[in-house]
Design a protein around this ligand. Structure first.
Ligand SMILES: Nc1nc2c(c(=O)[nH]1)N[C@H]1C(S)=C(S)[C@@H](COP(=O)(O)O)O[C@H]1N2
Ligand SMILES: [Mo]
Length: 343
């Protein structure tokens, strides 16, 4: 079939996304579905669960085809995981906070791969969605991603539920891949085909976009594992009634596939940093940090949080997707005309 002939019906044709929630709206540990991120490069296919099939092939002993009923016949696993859009594939330098934390329900990918029998030559798993079309003025064919076999596939899920309900059309109904610890772009929606291969997949979504310069800038790395990151949820930039000398509970979320070792909070625009309390790690879910702050005077303050991964990687100050996020807040009555930052 020609790549530009749609082989499925669509609820919506062309790019579709929801404006991401602001960090200060992410007050729930489990993000309600209406507040979660949505990103569809080429449209929202309208698929029938009854007609849905998953083809598993390539470097396997036994190619298989699964129906939705087959999937429902396996034991359901639930995974709470950070779900993060890396941001624009074209702007790796642009910090973004498109993130949520949701509960997925489905069948472990490893169950299906064990059924098919992965051949030892296989190094990557390619996944293809039912959606196809144009994005960024490029004719893309189907949405195709890949991931290296090893860790990610052990954690991955063929998910048919999000937050306890069947997937909504825009989230990949009836079945999507979910790769905990990896950026959202790898969690292919409207999943159609899984192919085991010994090379990376050849798609604009693997070879043209979603390749970011590494920390040295000398080479590129696929946008796979989530980098260490944190956001302040409270106080919100609009918070009123903050008064000097009273305790203010500064709190937020931290995550990253390497695990989070510590989070520091600054209340003076990044000059000084204090250790925040961090709750224990729980799988791939985000973790709450908090820091009690008593501002000594009324004024305008710049608050920021900075996480360090278990591998010792610190959130960069700027110029990366996971750069430090900061907010400005007013404590006490703002004296007329006083816009100077307290440092
Ligand atoms: N088939 C398909 N899967 C896809 C996409 C897409 O456009 N098509 N977008 C990816 C991107 S960039 C993100 S961030 C997540 C978003 O998932 P959500 O819309 O369910 O939050 O889906 C990923 N999976
Ligand atoms: Mo994304």
């Amino acid at each position: 079939m020609a790549a530009n002939v749609p082989d499925v019906e669509y609820h919506h044709r062309g790019f579709f996304g929801r404006l991401p929630s602001k960090p200060h709206d992410l007050t729930d540990r489990i993000t309600p579905t209406v507040q979660s991120i949505v990103l569809c490069h080429m449209g929202i296919p309208r698929l029938s669960a009854a007609r849905w099939r998953l083809d598993v092939g390539g470097l396997v002993e036994r190619p298989i085809i699964l129906t939705q009923d087959d999937l429902l016949g396996f034991e359901k696993k639930q995974v709470t995981s950070v779900h993060q859009c890396a941001g624009s594939p074209l702007r790796p330098d642009e910090p973004s906070q498109r993130v949520c934390n949701v509960v997925w329900g489905g069948v472990p990918l490893s169950t299906i791969l064990a059924m098919a029998g992965v051949r030892p030559e296989a190094k990557y798993l390619w996944s293809q969605g039912a959606d196809s079309g144009e994005f960024g003025n490029v004719e893309c064919g189907h949405y195709v991603k890949d991931l290296p076999l090893g860790q990610a596939d052990q954690n991955a899920l063929l998910a048919y539920e999000m937050n306890g309900a069947p997937l909504l059309a825009e989230h990949g109904f009836p079945v999507r891949l979910v790769v905990p610890g990896y950026y959202g772009t790898n969690s292919v929606k409207w999943l159609q085909t899984l192919t085991l291969a010994d090379t990376r997949a050849n798609s604009p979504f693997t070879k043209r976009w979603y390749l970011d310069p590494d920390a040295t800038g000398d080479r590129t790395l696929p946008v796979w594992r989530t980098a260490v990151q944190s956001v302040i949820v409270s106080p919100s930039p609009e918070e009123a009634n903050l008064t000097p000398h009273n305790a203010i509970n500064v709190w937020g979320w931290a995550w990253g596939d390497e695990g989070v070792d510590r989070v520091l909070v600054s209340t003076d625009g990044g000059r000084g940093w204090e250790e925040a309390a961090l709750e224990p790690q729980a799988g791939h879910a985000w973790r709450r940090f908090r820091y009690e702050w008593r501002p000594s005077a009324a004024g305008l303050y710049k608050l920021a949080s900075k996480a360090t991964s278990m591998a010792g990687v610190v959130q960069p100050g700027e110029g990366r997707r996971n750069a430090v996020y900061s907010i400005e807040i007013v404590v006490g009555e703002q004296p007329h005309g006083d816009t100077a930052l307290r440092q």
